[in-house]
Ligand binder design. Structure first.
Ligand SMILES: Cc1ncc(COP(=O)(O)OP(=O)(O)O)c(N)n1
Ligand SMILES: Cc1ncsc1CCOP(=O)(O)O
Ligand SMILES: [Mg+2]
Length: 241
């Protein structure tokens, strides 16, 4: 199954060992996926390579046991080396999410091949101009944000001169209009944000703490995915040539 052709970024969980309040990462992933999450990214700024590989193996096994390995993409943040090593070990990891300072998407595409999923964080400055003119041939979606400042990533939205820039709903609506790729928005996103976010037309939301930090991750996941499904979306207006 080519995961790129069925990629669904509508409800996107990002999680690593530092986000779970001591609970096992696969336990959080299970709660999310059993309750409608459609994409999972393993992200850790502290875990060793071996720990990340173990997490990849556990999460891939979990998705298989849930019958979701051909539906729910399993991605790794930043670490192209982990994706390559996981593949070498026969672990089904579908791709990588890279940021502006990470290994370029073109290099990821070259090393991972045509079937891998590759996500890219859109630039924080001059966002609309960047997305309009960016060469998107190697990427599958844009990550954008933050919607709000967030303790999960305090530097998100911080400009070089120290200001905090969050994304307005108008900007996200415009982003959706100009983007040649699907857009997933995160950064401080909570259930209460979802109706307004969906109305912008963006294809999905990403969260860490709303699920991984919740007292009841399964209930939180159910609330978010059902809300997202229920809310009306703004459809893209295509200009006729
Ligand atoms: C879906 C998604 N969007 C944005 C990010 C942020 O990526 P990046 O800018 O590389 O920052 P880190 O996550 O590496 O701190 C993401 N991980 N996922
Ligand atoms: C990885 C990332 N990139 C921009 S904000 C963010 C963290 C989002 O975490 P939370 O959903 O807890 O605010
Ligand atoms: Mg990164």
């Amino acid at each position: 199954m080519n995961m790129r052709s069925v990629l669904d970024i509508s409800a996107y969980l990002i999680v690593g060992p530092e986000n779970t309040k001591g609970r096992p990462v696969p336990e959080i992933v299970r709660s999310a996926v059993e309750n409608g999450f459609t994409c999972v990214q393993l992200r850790s700024k502290t875990a060793s390579a071996r720990e990340m590989l173990r997490l990849c193996a556990q999460t891939a096994d979990l998705l298989t046991s849930l019958g979701k390995s051909d539906e729910v993409a399993l991605l790794v943040d930043d670490r192209l080396d982990i994706v390559l090593a996981a593949r070498e070990a026969g672990i089904k990891v579908d791709g990588v999410h890279v940021g502006q300072k990470d290994i370029p998407a073109s290099v990821c595409r070259k090393l991972l091949g045509p079937e891998a999923v590759i996500g890219l964080s859109a630039r924080a400055d001059a966002l609309i101009d960047y997305v309009t003119h960016c060469d998107t041939k190697d990427m599958d979606y844009f990550g954008a944000g933050p919607l709000h400042a967030t303790p999960s990533k305090p530097e998100a939205g911080r400009t070089p001169d120290g200001r905090m820039v969050t994304r307005s709903l108008d900007e996200l609506t415009q982003l959706h209009r100009v983007s040649p790729l699907p857009v997933v928005v995160g950064g401080g996103v909570k259930a209460a944000d979802l109706p307004a976010l969906k109305a912008c037309g963006v294809e999905g939301f990403f969260v860490i703490s709303a699920i991984a930090g919740a007292d009841d991750p399964a209930a939180a996941a159910h609330r978010m995915t059902s809300l997202w499904r229920r809310c009306p979306s703004h459809s893209k207006i295509k200009s006729k040539g």
